[in-house]
Design a protein around this ligand. Structure first.
Ligand code: NAD
Length: 260
């Protein structure tokens, strides 16, 4: 159980981050939600999480592609909750283009959010966790942190970077009660991937389900999507006592993608 612990989950208004928030709340953790979206919808999610799990849930609308906002998210969360025990760096975006055509502003945006924000939130949270001699930092990387695909220069570079940052964070805090690990999911059917399925459907003039099967067949030998809840389960495991000696590691949930 995570009773009386506080978890900050970046990008938790949708997809994987929301599933992680739901599972940590179900374990009794107080939650800081973050991300973009419709204010009414976010408030509904916030209230439901509180009522269903009898925990405190706050929402902070920080744009993490801005270094000062990323740091402010942690400061504000600590002020609201009095402590931060778990940080899940999950917010991320995607853009696909050949490297020579990759727009500089999209490169900058992806590196700022998918990589630099992880540095800023981690740097800001570590002193708090060091004082408590307990902390769990979980970075949601990707199969693209381990292997590459065409058309994803910024995303692949950022996710490889996140795995490096995970290892440095782990080493610098080894034995202190703080662990830092990465989860590397394969395809998870969230809005981030739905956009890629739609693009594939348009490119091949096929329906969405045929495009989803094509997407899986190309990379994921199980031919099944990973669910957001399964990624949430992996995050829960990393917070558990069984994972105390696990640090600087990579947990792959990719239906066999990186096994070949
Ligand atoms: P998603 O689009 O459903 O969710 C992304 C979240 O990030 C949303 O809450 C969004 O509001 C938030 N966000 C976007 N820009 C932000 C910003 N500037 N500041 C703060 N929050 C911002 O996507 P998802 O698939 O749930 O992705 C979550 C993470 O999982 C990402 O890091 C992604 O790279 C990673 N991932 C996803 C898959 C997949 O197949 N879906 C696979 C591997 C890794």
């Amino acid at each position: 159980m995570l009773t009386d612990k506080t978890a900050v989950i970046t990008g938790s208004t949708s997809g994987i981050g929301l599933a992680i928030a739901q599972q940590l709340a179900a374990q009794g953790a107080n939650i800081i939600l973050n991300g973009f979206g419709d204010a009414t919808e976010i408030e509904k999610v916030r209230v439901n999480l509180e009522l269903q799990n009898d925990v405190k849930v706050h929402y902070i609308a920080a744009d993490l592609s801005q270094p000062e906002s990323a740091r402010q998210l942690i400061r504000q969360a600590a002020q609201l909750m009095g402590r931060i025990d778990i940080l899940v760096n999950n917010a991320g975006v995607q853009h696909t283009a050949r490297l020579e055509d990759f727009p500089t502003e999209r490169w900058d945006q992806i590196i700022a959010l998918n990589l630099s924000a992880v540095f800023h939130t981690t740097a800001e949270v570590l002193p708090l966790m060091q004082k408590q001699s307990w902390g769990r930092i979980i970075n949601i990387a990707s199969a693209h942190g381990l292997v590459a695909s065409e058309l994803k220069a910024a995303y692949v570079a950022a996710k490889h970077g996140v795995l490096g940052l995970t290892k440095v964070t782990a080493l610098e805090n080894a034995g202190s009660g703080i662990t830092c690990n990465a989860i590397c999911p394969g395809w998870v059917r969230t809005p981030l991937v739905e956009a890629q399925i739609e693009a594939l459907a348009a490119q091949h003039q096929i329906d969405l389900e045929a495009a989803a099967r094509l997407l899986l067949a190309e990379k994921q030998p199980s031919l099944q999507f990973v669910t957001p809840q399964q990624v949430g389960g992996a995050a829960m495991f990393l917070c558990s006592d069984a994972a105390v000696q696990m640090t600087g590691s990579t947990l792959t949930l990719d239906g066999g993608w990186t096994a070949r």
